[in-house]
Ligand binder design. Structure first.
Ligand SMILES: C[S@@+](CC[C@H](N)C(=O)[O-])C[C@H]1O[C@@H](n2cnc3c(N)ncnc32)[C@H](O)[C@@H]1O
Length: 215
């Protein structure tokens, strides 16, 4: 079952402080969502002791915190929403990781050149916010040394229908929010073309969890 209604994200930087704080409360009460947990488990199973992480669209920072707990050395979280960057930075500090987490504000495509490559790059419910898949994933593959982990919408009739309904609603309310259903074949072409091998990890009604590992 989905953890949420289909992507509550919309376009980057549409979240308020109230939403970010509500997400943090939920995370503290229940931990990461099921699909996020599946991605974390798959990454940890590859061995991440001493690894470096970039978590794009990190939200409250659930992935970086779990991977640091599991032995990663350092994490850079990048989010286009200021409220999430503030919350992720504060939560990392509260968990004792202030000196091992760098929480950056911005669109990854825009600031990728300022960010050092890392062993693992994650995008949990992020590619569905972004209209420019090649622009985003080409920079991701450029920065990822070992793995790219993604949670993104499945190509199903119900997700297509949900995306259409959201498009109409956004048009009516003049909201720039869109839910982009990128084709698995397009994601695969970019990442396998960059030398990664696809591994299916898990799926819910709405989301699929995939780990790309460099051969
Ligand atoms: C649906 S939220 C997901 C948050 C978290 N990963 C989770 O699963 O709970 C998507 C987040 O990604 C951010 N985002 C989307 N595209 C981005 C990009 N290209 N670069 C940086 N942040 C991005 C949005 O601003 C938003 O905060």
């Amino acid at each position: 079952m989905p953890d949420d209604a289909p992507c509550s994200c919309g376009c980057p930087n549409t979240f308020s402080t109230r939403e970010a704080e509500a997400d943090l409360r939920r995370y503290r009460e229940r931990g990461p969502d099921g699909t996020t947990q599946a991605l974390i488990k798959a990454i940890v199973a590859e061995g991440i002791d001493g690894s470096t992480i970039i978590d794009i669209g990190a939200g409250v920072g659930a992935i970086q915190l779990a991977l640091l707990d599991a032995g990663a050395a350092r994490a850079t979280s990048v989010d286009a929403t200021e409220a999430y960057v503030d919350v992720a930075r504060a939560e990392a500090g509260r968990r004792g990781y202030a000196d091992r987490v760098d929480a950056r504000l911005g669109l990854f495509e825009a600031i990728a050149d300022e960010i050092e490559s890392a062993d693992v790059v994650t995008l949990d419910r992020v590619v569905c916010c972004d209209p420019d898949l090649p622009g985003l994933l080409s920079r991701v593959s450029d920065r990822a040394r070992r793995m790219v982990g993604l949670v993104y919408p499945r190509e199903t009739w119900w997700n297509r229908l949900a995306a259409r309904v959201m498009d109409v609603w956004s048009w009516v309310t003049r909201d720039p929010t869109r839910w982009h259903l990128h084709a698995t074949a397009d994601i695969d072409r970019i990442l396998t073309g960059a030398g990664f091998t696809r591994r299916e990890v898990d799926r819910s009604l709405v989301w699929q969890v995939v780990l790309y590992v460099r051969a």
